[in-house]
Design a protein around this ligand. Structure first.
Ligand code: SF4
Ligand code: SF4
Length: 478
């Protein structure tokens, strides 16, 4: 028999809330979210996680291996260092594959664990909730005091609080901007920008100011919109999540029909939700998790803590809002390892294997040899022919390498155009020009394949392939 409670649970849900954004009012104006400070088990654990994040974020730029930073993402110079290994544009396929592997990992991870990343380790969430929001609570108080302050006239106290907050926000943004830049140019270069006269590094200084301004704008004003409007990962949740993904979910089976808490309830049909709105008040994106899965939910767990506190206060079991899947809530099913997850796992293992092979077989010195554009060949006297080549070499090691060229498997010779070996400085690129001279009698085709060895002293570093163009002399044909 269907009880009144079951009928209420089964009635069609009003989904009209999905037609508009919580943070925009009817006139299209921004509605400011005054998120209440969360308290509880998850908030405490997230605080510890954020400390770990801060140690890593602010500590990594100082870690150097063999004179190289552990990580560097120098986009202007197209130079990337990952775990102390340097990557140049020539390694782009490895870098691209790393990115693809990372994306597959994110897809798989999201399909299984929802927005765990957003809530727990995303820098945007951590800086916003665990740094800027905490500073805000310290200066302006909890959400109700912030609301009052906003409505109050501009007294000396309000001016003082607002100025202190924004100065603190800008200083924090400035510090973050410096560290952010150190991931691009390295902490040593950053040190020079800070210590040298301004005119010597005007570009670097401008970058610091621009980054500081962007971070300040994001954390002081833009806030949750970065997650709900801009972040592509957030926008993709609709396709990445399925009904078996783990999300922060409201147990409507248990919670509905909701109703205000009564010490001595007359009806026994009421659900466990006491309609206290605490889950909404703490939500940094301002949503009502009781409406179901929403793209705006960043999985921060603040509503879990808030609801658990209320459940304890009214002597009901905690977990009315908890980590669960939609199917788990609807059918009492446990989290499953779906076929989609299996497919992603296989893909991830394959890509990781390929990436490992590429990384292991990656050469420390690499380069290309191409024939000089617009030149065919030069006849040298009656018995030989030469071709002019350009060579580009990349040295990914941390030592300078003077390289000499030798022709492999052919009886010709190499004449370096500048009459010396090609010196390639550490972590640098070298280029040069040279002739390959071959005797007429070995040129049996118009286009010969040749191999050139690059030697450091007697040690062969690498072999590069190229072509030789020449006339096929009478008598050379088979
Ligand atoms: S609904 Fe809950 S988990 Fe989602 S953003 Fe709001 S408070 Fe965080
Ligand atoms: S905090 Fe819990 S009890 Fe209160 S409204 Fe939200 S779901 Fe209901």
């Amino acid at each position: 028999m269907n009880t009144e409670r079951d009928q209420l649970k089964d009635k069609p849900k009003d989904e009209s809330f999905r037609d508009r954004m919580v943070t925009i009012d009817e006139k299209g104006k921004r509605k400011w979210i005054f998120a209440q400070r969360p308290k509880g088990k998850f908030y405490n654990i997230r605080t510890y996680v954020s400390w770990g994040f801060f140690i890593i974020f602010f500590g990594l730029p100082f870690i150097y291996i063999n004179g190289r930073p552990l990580f560097l993402f120098n986009i202007p110079e197209a130079k990337f260092i990952i775990f102390g290994k340097i990557f140049w544009p020539q390694d782009f396929f490895i870098f691209g594959l790393t990115m693809i592997t990372f994306i597959v990992f994110i897809i798989l991870f999201t399909a299984a664990f929802g927005r765990l990343f957003c809530g727990w380790v995303c820098p945007q969430t951590i800086f916003m909730e665990m740094l800027f929001r905490k500073v805000e609570y310290m200066i302006e108080g909890n959400a109700p005091s912030q609301k009052l302050l906003k409505k109050s006239p501009w007294t000396g106290k309000k001016i003082f609080k607002k100025t202190t907050k924004h100065v603190a926000f800008f200083l924090l943004s400035f510090i973050i901007a410096n560290f952010f830049l150190s991931y691009i140019i390295g902490v040593k270069q950053l040190g020079k920008i800070i210590s040298d006269p301004l005119a010597a590094h005007f570009g670097g200084f401008t970058a610091i100011i621009i980054f500081s301004g962007v971070f300040y704008g994001v954390y002081a004003y833009f806030r949750e919109q970065a997650c709900t409007v801009v972040c592509p990962y957030g926008r993709l949740q609709g396709v990445l999540l399925d009904r078996n993904s783990m999300i922060v979910a409201y147990d409507y089976k248990r919670g509905e029909p909701r109703g205000k808490f009564k010490k001595n309830p007359v009806a026994t049909e009421a659900g466990d939700c006491i309609d206290c709105f605490q889950c909404i008040k703490v939500c940094p994106t301002g949503i009502d998790i009781r409406n179901g899965t929403q793209m705006e939910c960043v999985g921060c767990t603040a509503c879990i803590d808030a609801c658990d506190t209320m459940m304890k206060a009214v002597n009901k079991p905690i977990g009315l809002i908890r980590y669960a899947s939609e199917n788990g809530i609807a059918n009492g099913k446990k989290l499953r390892y779906t076929s989609r997850m299996k497919f992603y796992t296989v893909l991830l293992v394959l890509l990781s294997g390929l990436l490992t092979i590429l990384l292991l077989s990656r050469k420390d010195v690499d380069g290309t040899i191409i024939r000089a554009a617009g030149m065919l060949y030069q006849e040298r006297g009656a018995d030989s022919v030469s071709n002019l080549y350009n060579i580009k070499i990349i040295n990914k090691t941390i030592k300078d390498i003077p390289l000499t060229l030798k022709l492999e498997d052919a009886p010709g010779r190499i004449i370096e155009a500048e009459g010396r070996s090609i010196a390639v400085s550490k972590e640098g690129q070298g280029k040069g020009s040279f002739f390959i001279v071959l005797p007429n009698n070995i040129i049996r085709e118009r286009k010969l394949k040749l191999r050139v060895g690059l030697y450091e002293g007697d040690k062969k570093i690498i072999t590069l392939a190229t072509n030789f163009m020449g006339p096929v002399y009478r008598g050379n044909t088979n």
